[in-house]
Design a protein. Structure first.
Length: 387
């Protein structure tokens, strides 16, 4: 359905589990109408029709963000309406997708050794309880534990998380939670020769800030654009490149136009995962201004390519960015702190080089898809051994 951090994690784990002798099959959603936007290559995949309304919910939530940033009292009435509508649409889409996938599995009656579910707690519990199949549930981030969710979690054979989610569930006394971090392909994500600056007309003297991700409310791109526009007032050699797409694309391009910084902002659009190292290697700094991120893959990728990173002090981001050593954390929505931190880093070539060298070493030594896949395989073997 999408190509974000969660999808990248699942596809890379599958790739390396295949190398370990596992036979992988994907079951995912596809829209009722139109083509599959991101077909899964290299694996057998079954596509179950779904309403696919998540982007609609995201666009409505962008209205909530807009209202929160205004001082017009009469608009506050619409904030609750927007928020309620967005969550109703999101929940309908989520429940319908889960129900359709469950019915598909029940009808197929395939004898899978293990079913691994990404985030859908109630679906995982139903499969384990009603279909009597071994289930591994992986959490994309912390999720409020209701009595109903906990009941579903207890039906599963194994629970997996990483980053902020792992710490959250340990704190909530979920003793059997297993920590399996993401990895990177260090053969791919490393400093490489890049033609990106020439392609986009970026001069050697320009200081290039990079963002990679979806254009969704969670990434808080309006804060990034406004903060970087202040940086550009102090240094007209600063450029911002945004790699990605999403439901808020029109809103973000609108903000760039309003601020009068179109000449200094590059919208690169959707880029294949294989091409990303060229974009990282062409840049001077990676910037992430999310309202929340559990343990962002893009930060590890940027590190492996030798970039210093500035991120908001949310979720699992501080676990990756040791202050002043591997990067810097800033307060969310603090424009002056963003401006000061970016200018401090991007104008100090020695600091950028030293942090970049440390980041390459840190990423290579700590994050490997091979090791992560081996840990998943051990989980599967333990489950099947018990059964």
């Amino acid at each position: 359905m999408f190509r974000g951090g969660g999808e990248t994690y699942a596809l890379n784990i599958a790739k390396h589990l295949s190398k370990l002798g596992c036979d992988i099959e994907f079951i995912t959603s596809k829209p009722y109408f139109g083509n599959i936007k991101y077909p899964i290559d290299g694996f057998h995949a079954e596509y179950v029709p779904s309403p696919c309304l998540r982007d609609v919910a995201q666009q409505i939530m962008s209205g909530v963000s807009y209202i929160k940033n205004t001082n017009l009292f009469f608009l506050k009435y619409f904030e609750k309406i927007y928020e309620y509508s967005a969550w109703k649409i999101y929940n309908f889409d989520d429940e319908k997708s889960q129900n359709d996938i469950f019915r598909y599995l029940r009808k197929q009656k395939k004898n899978y050794d293990v079913i691994q579910i990404f985030g859908h707690v109630s679906l995982a519990g139903r499969i384990a309880k009603e279909l009597k199949l071994p289930v591994v549930l992986r959490f994309p981030g912390p999720m409020h534990i209701t009595s109903r969710r906990k009941e579903s979690m207890l039906q599963c054979d194994a629970l997996v998380a990483n980053g902020d989610a792992f710490l959250y569930y340990k704190k909530e006394a979920i003793e059997n939670i297993i920590n399996i971090p993401p990895g990177i392909d260090t053969g791919k994500f490393r400093p490489v020769d890049s033609d990106i600056r020439r392609k986009y007309g970026i001069s050697p003297n320009d200081k290039l800030i990079l963002f990679v991700g979806r254009f969704v409310p969670l990434k808080n791109l309006p804060f990034m654009i406004k903060g970087v526009s202040e940086v550009m007032k102090s240094d007209n050699e600063v450029k911002l490149m945004l790699v990605g797409e999403g439901p808020l694309y029109a809103q973000i391009t609108g903000i760039v136009s309003q601020l009068g910084i179109k000449k200094n902002v590059i919208f690169a659009g959707s880029v294949t995962h294989a091409a990303l190292p060229e974009y990282y290697s062409a840049s001077d700094l990676f910037l992430l201004t999310s309202n929340y991120d559990n343990f962002p893959n893009v930060v590890i990728e940027a590190m492996a390519c030798g970039l210093p990173v500035i991120g908001t002090r949310v979720g699992g981001v501080p676990q990756l960015l040791e202050e002043g050593i591997r990067g810097f954390c800033i307060e969310n929505n603090n424009i002056s702190e963003l401006k000061d931190t970016v200018l401090k880093v991007i104008n100090d070539k020695r600091l950028c080089r030293e942090i970049g060298e440390r980041n390459i070493k840190f990423a290579r030594e700590n994050y490997s898809w091979e090791r992560s896949a081996q840990r998943f395989l051990k989980v599967y073997q333990d489950i099947l051994g018990k059964r």
